[in-house]
Design a binder for this molecule. Structure first.
Ligand code: SAH
Ligand code: SF4
Length: 410
């Protein structure tokens, strides 16, 4: 495996498919990492090759974590040479990685120039009655335009959408982190679950997220169960309906408030798609074939903000709101960040909120905070890395100014 993969920035697959067959020697190479199977089949057909090559190459990339075409031994030498010339397999550049004592792993990827072009990915291991899980929390955008008042990503504003290669590259890298020293033939995928709950609003980067999730489910790639891939949204209602048509994955909703007045303040997209519309879209998403699909229920995420949305009356409102929606509720203790206008609800408050919901018959869990020693909570590590970069910049400026003074003094 070449080390280049750690140092390269990803090429957009959307640009890639357009550019593919007629590349000149100096043209940017096509990044195969982010292509879904139909996209890669078309790519091979456009090259004058058989489309089954797509499945073969995808297996090398996503099951054996190979980035060097020379290692793809079931592909003819001639085709390998051709691919070498015009293609590449590149994950986004890792600028920071941290592995916590509790097994949590975290990466910060650089996805462009400038100190703000960073996204993060977190892997959280857990043991339960179904065995051991490794859940990867994937980012979909650099920043976010939706500006929820309790979210550090929202506070950064929106910078850009991630490409398909940058989205699937996060899953590739997390799996690869367990396989680096394993011989190619013995490599296996380690990540068991994916949640699109990192930075950004996945439904506002719809096509790239959809195709990346298709790669996750594809047996020629990660072959993940549809119940183990979850998309989380703050409530982009028309896109929830579109998602229902396009793919079968689990859905999580960032609810965070149980009446429109408060939700307008915490999750501003509520002004466009208020609670009644959101709940109706969730009901449509589950639909009538709920039992055969990943859509048996919707997960409701609810961040616990001290004195804001954690009163007993809010729990009562939630019971009414969700009474006709099969749902599981996950209470998330608020993760503070610098200048955040909120505090985390007390443990007692969270437990009594949970009890009210459980007594009303809901499955209601409290999210454990993990990886505290590596700032693994939502949006925190990018903040830390950006801060260090800023301090390094300030230091460089100070040194340059001092050198200038020394020079001017002769
Ligand atoms: N944009 C999508 C997915 C990314 S946010 C969405 O909003 O669903 C993933 C989850 O983390 C959401 O439920 C979000 O509300 C929550 N979150 C954001 N900031 C948080 C914070 N400071 N503390 C706890 N949870 C937070
Ligand atoms: Fe965007 Fe989700 Fe953060 Fe809201 S909670 S600002 S939608 S990332």
């Amino acid at each position: 495996m070449s080390t280049e993969v750690l140092a390269a920035s990803a090429t957009d697959v959307q640009q890639a498919s357009a550019a593919a067959p007629a590349q000149s020697a100096t043209a940017e190479k096509v990044n195969l990492l982010g292509m879904s199977r139909p996209q890669m089949e078309k790519f091979f057909e456009d090259l004058g090759e058989k489309k089954f090559r797509a499945g073969q190459v995808m297996k090398w990339i996503h099951q054996f974590f190979v980035t060097d075409f020379a290692e793809m031994t079931n592909i003819s030498g001639k085709l390998r040479e051709k691919l070498e010339k015009i293609c590449e397999i590149k994950a986004p550049e890792v600028v920071h990685k941290n592995y916590s004592k509790d097994g949590t792993r975290k990466w910060v990827f650089r996805v462009g120039d400038g100190e703000g072009s960073l996204v993060e990915t977190v892997l959280i291991p857990a043991e339960d009655k179904t065995g051991s899980r490794k859940t990867l929390c994937i980012s979909s955008q650099v920043g976010c335009a939706l500006d929820c008042s309790f979210c550090s990503t929202g506070k950064q504003g929106f910078q850009r959408d991630l490409t398909q290669a940058e989205i699937i590259g996060q899953l590739w890298m997390a799996n690869y982190s367990y396989m680096e020293d394993v011989p190619v033939i013995e490599r296996e995928r380690s990540v068991t679950n994916v949640v699109m709950m990192g930075m950004g609003e996945p439904l506002l980067n719809y096509d790239a997220v959809l195709n990346a999730m298709r790669i996750m489910l594809d047996d020629f790639a990660y072959g993940m169960s549809k119940r183990r891939v979850t998309l989380s949204t703050s409530g982009v209602v028309p896109k929830i309906d579109q998602l229902a048509q396009d793919i079968d994955v689990a859905l999580a909703i960032s609810l965070h408030a149980t009446n429109n007045e408060l939700r307008d303040e915490l999750v501003p997209i509520n002004k466009k798609y208020p609670l009644e519309q959101l709940i109706a879209a969730c009901q449509r998403y589950i639909g009538k074939d709920g039992n055969e699909s990943a859509r048996k229920h919707v997960t409701i995420e609810y961040v616990m903000l001290d004195g804001v949305n954690d009163h007993p009356e809010h729990a009562q409102q939630m019971i009414k709101l969700l009474k006709n929606l099969p749902s599981k509720i996950n209470l998330i203790p608020f993760n503070p960040f610098p200048h955040a206008p909120y505090g985390r609800s007390s443990r007692n408050r969270i437990i009594s909120f949970q009890k009210t919901l459980s007594d009303a018959g809901f499955v209601c869990t409290i999210r454990q905070t993990r990886g505290d020693d590596i700032d693994a909570a939502c949006g925190q590590l990018v903040g830390q890395v950006a801060d260090r970069t800023r301090r390094a910049e300030q230091w460089k400026k100070k040194v340059a100014a001092q050198n200038e003074i020394i020079r001017s003094q002769g």
